[in-house]
Ligand binder design. Structure first.
Ligand SMILES: Cc1cc2nc3c(=O)[nH]c(=O)nc-3n(C[C@H](O)[C@H](O)[C@H](O)COP(=O)(O)OP(=O)(O)OC[C@H]3O[C@@H](n4cnc5c(N)ncnc54)[C@H](O)[C@@H]3O)c2cc1C
Length: 507
């Protein structure tokens, strides 16, 4: 167990929510929703309770949904009771961990939110190289606990993303080219099924379900209560940031795409192509190596004749410090203050994959869209794949985009409601402009606007995922606007072949 308690602040403290029902349990007969068996157990928050607005809040301030009840489960039995309680009433269910779903799908109007965020313990066995992580742990809790004993997981950068949503959809981060996606380190899950049974899926039992949990997406097959991961030893890492004037975008993108997906796989980097009005573009990355290694490796970005950087920083530090620095909470773990699931802004994101390098036409299209973005808070982020991500076969886990060279994430952030329309429209326009040059999409960058989403997210793995859905959740107890159906619509086809080619493009 980790020693340090991370200092966290949320808009309302957890104890306030418990106070609504002393002892954390809703007494039988106190509310109409409790009148019939099976019982809803755990810390229950209902409309009208003092903590209700905090309990229903999600990270994307764009969404404000009003569930009939939110149950903060204290153990797997509470989760099982909640599933049985909801199915007995035919109530809609949403599982929730870190609340970071881009479209707010982990909360539902008039349904039951099964929240696992109180299941956040992390038990690390350094000798066996495994960690058992509660499904409600946020990433910073996981990194911190593992970091105390010199190990880590390849996971995302944002400290408050939940381990559940991230892992179930794949999980990309700045160690991914070295160590793979988060789901590639997944050994087992404990899950509550649609029947309210608690089962374990690992290499011996329910292997299909484990496969589906490695990239098949959250909210589809059951409610995960814990994950068992293999861990990876880590000590010091080196990180860098380079920025260039915005006008250098075509040259920088040309150089980056020829470098980032094929360079030394100890290095993972991200290119942030911000809107023209921001004035600059940047690249950040992390390497399992020394500052000298890193400096040598990124020379193709530093020594472009056509584009001189305006700023370059290279630092070497313990991995945990880099986690804080890259996650925007500072490089000193003793001073971390994490604002849990606090709504940051309203935003719209969409995604796609590049399976081959962009030609002049694609670069011109991207440049044109960024030059007419509605604000400086619009960007297209490119995450470099290849390395350990690409060494796994597209059908070895549910995550199909193994041979993509990079993902694209079209992002827009705004504050006033009046800005929503033009920002959402820009994300959609930019994504569409790049469609001739991209394919597929990433389930964790979930997008309510995307058509043909089943094949875009799952490619050739769709048919198997749908069969697993039919086996574990034949009544589609776990359903939401982007959930996997138990049978496929005609258009999706049995092969789902239009999402992700299974031949590598990276040599
Ligand atoms: C600021 C920010 C940064 C991000 N950075 C990265 C990144 O670096 N890399 C990356 O790959 N992704 C990243 N993402 C995307 C992120 O992986 C997804 O949004 C992910 O689904 C969030 O998981 P969550 O548990 O926080 O969210 P939730 O909203 O709680 O859940 C997301 C989905 O998973 C389901 N779910 C939640 N808990 C469970 C459970 N216990 N069992 C079954 N299903 C469950 C929900 O029903 C929902 O469908 C980022 C997102 C944000 C907002």
């Amino acid at each position: 167990m980790h020693a340090r308690q991370i200092s966290r602040r949320s808009s309302r403290d957890a104890r306030d929510r418990r106070a609504a029902w002393p002892g954390g349990r809703l007494p039988a007969g106190e509310a109409p929703v409790m009148s019939a068996e099976p019982r809803l157990t755990g810390r229950v928050v209902l409309p009208g309770d003092p903590g209700y607005d905090d309990a229903r809040e999600v990270y994307n301030a764009r969404f404000s949904r009003r569930p009939s009840a939110i149950v903060f489960c204290q153990d797997a039995q509470d989760v099982a009771n909640a599933v049985r309680w909801a199915t007995a009433r035919d109530a809609e269910i949403r599982a929730r961990s870190g609340r970071h779903c881009y479209e707010g799908f982990s909360v539902v109007d008039a349904g039951l939110v099964i929240d696992v965020s109180d299941l956040r313990s992390v038990r690390v066995d350094r000798e066996r190289g495994v960690a058992v992580v509660g499904a409600g742990a946020d990433l910073i809790t996981v990194y911190d606990a593992l970091g105390q004993v010199g190990v880590t997981l390849p996971a995302g950068s944002c400290p408050t993303v939940g381990i559940a949503g991230l892992t179930l959809g794949g999980g990309f981060g700045l160690l991914s080219r070295a160590l793979g996606l988060t789901c590639d380190s997944l050994l087992a899950v404990e899950m509550v099924t649609a029947d309210g049974e608690v089962i374990r899926a690992d290499e011996r039992e329910h292997q299909d379900l484990l496969w589906a949990c490695q990239g098949g997406g959250g909210g589809n097959f059951g409610v995960v209560t814990s994950f068992t991961f293999k861990t990876h030893p880590v000590s010091e890492v080196s990180i860098f940031r380079i920025s260039w004037p915005w006008g250098e975008l075509p040259s920088v993108l040309e150089a980056w795409q020829a470098f980032a997906p094929i360079t030394d796989e100890r290095l993972t980097c991200i290119l942030k192509l911000t809107a023209m009005s921001s004035g600059e573009i940047s690249c950040v990355g992390q390497m399992l190596g020394t500052g000298e290694d890193l400096n040598r490796t990124i020379q193709p970005l530093l020594s472009m004749r056509a584009a001189a950087p305006v700023n370059v920083s290279i630092e070497t530090m313990p991995h945990l410090n880099a986690v804080g620095q890259l996650g925007g909470i500072g490089g000193d773990p003793d001073r971390w203050t994490v604002h849990q699931h606090q709504a940051q802004a309203s935003f719209k994101n969409a995604s796609a994959y590049a399976y081959e390098r962009f030609g002049a036409e694609a670069i011109a299209a991207l440049t044109a869209e960024l030059s007419r973005a509605p604000s400086a808070r619009c960007l297209v982020q490119l995450d470099a794949y290849g390395g350990a991500v690409g060494r796994i076969a597209p059908d070895a886990t549910a995550f199909p985009h193994r041979h993509a060279m990079w993902s694209l994430q079209y992002q827009a952030y705004w504050t006033a409601a009046a800005e929503e329309k033009e920002n959402v429209a820009w994300v959609e326009r930019a994504r569409r402009a790049m469609l001739p040059h991209t394919r597929g999409a990433y389930i964790n960058y979930i997008d309510a606007e995307l058509e043909d989403w089943l094949t875009a997210y799952y490619g050739a793995n769709l048919a198997r995922l749908s069969a697993i859905k039919a086996m574990y959740d034949p009544r589609e107890v776990f359903r939401f606007p982007r959930s996997i159906p138990r049978s496929l619509p005609e258009a999706a086809g049995a092969s789902g072949s239009s999402g992700a080619p299974d031949t590598p493009n990276i040599v």
